[in-house]
Design a protein around this ligand. Structure first.
Ligand SMILES: [Zn+2]
Ligand SMILES: [Zn+2]
Length: 334
């Protein structure tokens, strides 16, 4: 199989969970840009065929032999942190499992959760008392929460979030929770409209218009002290340096395959801090689960499309088109 071809197949049920593994039934799978790019053949790390699916709501079916401490129960609902780290590289040893040097992401580098039953490492489970659809959003939200954690926001400061698709929307929500005053920016009318309805998004600006003019209307004598770019667009990321206040931080959440270049004197003049944000940590997952359980973040309206496995094969290509109005699509098995 290859880019552009998406099939529904019968595969053998996995064998019993191995040592330190848990067998889970997948109930929901969130669909995200990564999946759509993989389908379109724009995901450079991909090899085909591949079972997609890394935003997973699961139920524990069987717990393998393990010496690791846990109190998981069969039947318990959980989400899965899909970043399989090696445990031995320098990054892992220093506690940076989210950017392990040998990282393998379920549904990206190896087969993921778009199938009914899979085995996963026991240390990747995050049980939660949440509806399945919310469980399936925890991974996406954790990426946003991680980016916000990277920025170390100071209450009251302005944060500009460029790109308000699901990851950027999540950034607006956790930035607001951290006390920032949030400005959303996008090139899409439907995304701007949706972002404006989210709690804590004080302003939205249109990236197709003069951005500096619009920022000046909001902050007359300064610029946002934190800028998040969640577009994955080279053009946007190159421009984003201009929108950061002197002394500010720029956080790259989205990525693109190419070189980011910037004018060093501008970078120095501003004494900018440039940060990358990759995946998320267990701590981010726990923060997101808590925020959903407490109702501090409300994502019910984000799920705009739902599909059974049969429908998914038919509907998937159409979600590549922004005019389909997809914020978040979800595969449901039951
Ligand atoms: Zn995703
Ligand atoms: Zn590692």
């Amino acid at each position: 199989m290859e880019p552009g071809q998406f099939d529904l197949l019968d595969t053998p049920r996995p064998s019993q969970p191995g040592r330190d593994e848990v067998q889970v039934r997948i109930h929901r799978v969130g669909i995200c840009g990564t999946d759509l790019h993989a389908f379109a053949g724009r995901q450079p790390f991909f090899s085909y065929p591949r079972i997609l699916g890394h935003e997973l709501a699961a139920e524990i079916l069987e717990i393998g032999l393990t010496d690791l401490p846990h109190n998981y129960r069969v039947g318990e609902r959980c989400c899965i942190r899909p970043y399989l780290n090696c445990g031995v590289c320098g990054a892992c040893r220093r506690g940076y499992a989210n950017c392990c040097m040998n990282l393998q992401v379920l549904g990206v580098h190896r087969d993921g959760g778009m199938c009914e039953v899979i085995n996963v490492p026991i240390d990747k489970l995050h049980p939660a008392s949440l509806p399945d659809e919310q469980l399936a959003l925890v991974e996406t939200l954790s990426i946003s929460a991680h980016a916000v954690r990277r920025a170390q926001l100071i209450p009251g400061e302005y944060a500009l979030v460029i790109g308000v698709g699901p990851i950027g929307l999540g950034v607006t929500q956790y930035a607001h929770q951290a006390g920032a005053r949030v400005i959303g920016m996008d090139v899409s009318d439907s995304r701007l409209t949706f972002a404006r309805q989210q709690p804590g998004v004080e302003h939205v600006i249109d990236a197709r218009q003069d951005v500096h003019d619009q920022l000046r209307d909001i902050i007359p004598d300064d610029l946002p002290t934190v800028v998040f770019d969640a577009t994955g667009s080279a053009q946007s990321m190159l421009k984003s340096f201009e929108y950061v206040a002197h002394g500010g931080r720029l956080v790259f959440v989205g990525l693109f395959q190419g070189a980011v270049t910037f004018h060093d004197p501008e970078f120095h003049r501003r004494e900018l801090t440039l940060l990358a944000s990759r995946n998320a940590t267990a701590q981010d997952f726990e923060q997101v689960i808590r925020s959903l359980e407490e109702g501090a973040i409300n994502v019910a309206s984000w799920i705009t499309h739902r599909a059974s496995p049969e429908q998914l094969v038919a509907d998937f290509p159409s979600w590549l088109d922004p005019s389909s109005g997809v914020v978040k699509a979800m595969l449901r098995f039951t």
